[in-house]
Design a protein around this ligand. Structure first.
Ligand SMILES: Nc1ncnc2c1ncn2[C@@H]1O[C@H](COP(=O)(O)OP(=O)(O)OP(=O)(O)O)[C@@H](O)[C@H]1O
Ligand SMILES: [Mg+2]
Length: 351
């Protein structure tokens, strides 16, 4: 269920802050943007990746569809967070069929949940670089109740979910569509959202390491809200650089800097963890996506504290985008569509 579909789909990235929709059209040589849209979700509609208020959720998806008007009802969705386990394992050379039979047992060993409570899938990545005569296989398991909730809500608005992907993989697909593979370079992709952030460290078109970090822009907003005694909504707007009467900009910067410290430490921990299991690899650069990638001072802090090259990604670098999309405000949210773009190419390029 995670990796395959034969039909063309559009990508729907359901975040806790907003829902993003992207549909692409593939011509002989390149991709063209066909449909794009975003709708903010009221706070607490989705918490920790679970739909808490399905009426509001369904209404929001419906109004997004009405505005954006995708040309198909077939959708690629993604899941992430604590209900999703991604694990790279090694197995001896066996056929895909044999592996399909063994997968339940293989997955069970790595699960903190009961095997009956998850959907599992796998993908053969290729021959292992580390262990001769073995295959690298990616195991994916997602909690059934999480996936079912999303699929049921999506069906209520008349859509048909055909693919359920994982954020970190959609991120990688989007990146590889837009950037040529830099031979032997190790790139850390980070999608910084509102509730959490997805990290995928890639090399030569393969994922070496994925992790979802429970840190996102909400942490910054909540800290501003608490320290300045303002509402969540005001804190959001102050965070995004809008001046507000009675609020000292220096104080705002200091609070943001504190939270930036936290996320930089979290990235450092992830890098250390990665180096422990991949002692021969050195990260060459970090590319940031997601709404929180725009946080004031973040890029400079990562550069300075981690001594790494840091870039702001562009999900549309190699996608033809008609001027009408920019006129309608795509530049205001383009960095937030990274996952939706990755989902939208699920079938089109058979990636
Ligand atoms: N200019 C900006 N400066 C700082 N933060 C911003 C800016 N624009 C948006 N954000 C933040 O980006 C976050 C939304 O990003 P995104 O759309 O990637 O999240 P999401 O996918 O809805 O959330 P998640 O996947 O974590 O549940 C919010 O926390 C928002 O406040
Ligand atoms: Mg997100």
């Amino acid at each position: 269920m995670f990796f395959k579909t034969k039909k063309e789909v559009f990508g729907l990235d359901i975040g806790s802050h907003s829902i993003k929709l992207i549909e692409l059209k593939k011509s002989k040589r390149d991709y063209k943007l066909k449909t794009a849209g975003i709708k903010l979700l009221p706070k607490d509609t989705i918490i920790d990746g679970s739909i808490m208020d399905s009426t509001t959720f369904i209404d929001t998806v419906r109004s997004l569809l009405t505005e954006a008007k995708p040309s198909t009802k077939f959708v690629a969705l993604s899941v992430s967070g604590q209900g999703v386990i991604v694990k790279k394992i090694n197995v001896p050379f066996i056929t895909e069929e044999e592996l399909a039979n063994a997968i339940q047992w293989e997955t069970e060993q790595y699960l903190p949940f009961n095997i009956q409570d998850v959907y599992c899938d796998f993908k053969i990545l290729g021959e292992s670089a580390e262990i001769q005569g073995q295959l690298d296989v990616l195991l994916v398991a997602a909690k059934k109740d999480l996936v079912d909730d999303y699929q049921n809500a999506i069906r209520e608005v008349g859509l048909e979910p055909l693919v359920v992907d994982v954020d970190a993989f959609a991120l990688q697909n989007m990146y590889e569509l837009n950037e040529p593979i830099l031979e032997d370079k190790v790139v850390m992709l980070a999608n910084l959202g509102a509730s959490f952030s997805n990290i995928n460290i890639v090399k030569n078109g393969l994922s070496l390491f994925t992790r979802d970090v429970i840190w996102g822009g909400n942490k910054v907003t909540e800290s501003l809200q608490k320290n300045l005694g303002i509402t969540f909504e005001d804190a959001e707007s102050v965070k995004c650089g809008k001046p507000m009467e009675g609020i000292d900009i220096n104080e705002v910067s200091a609070i943001i800097a504190q939270e930036i410290d936290n996320v930089v430490n979290e990235i450092q921990r992830t890098i250390n963890f990665f180096y422990n299991s991949n002692p021969n690899d050195v990260i060459d650069k970090i590319v940031l996506y997601g709404g929180t990638a725009q946080l004031n001072g973040l890029i400079d802090a990562i550069k300075e504290k981690l001594g790494l090259v840091v870039e702001l990604g562009n999900p549309f670098k190699r996608i033809a985008v008609d001027r009408s999309f920019w006129n309608k405000g795509l530049q205001n949210y383009s960095i937030q569509t990274a996952i939706a773009v990755g989902l939208a190419i699920r079938r089109l390029g058979d990636r």
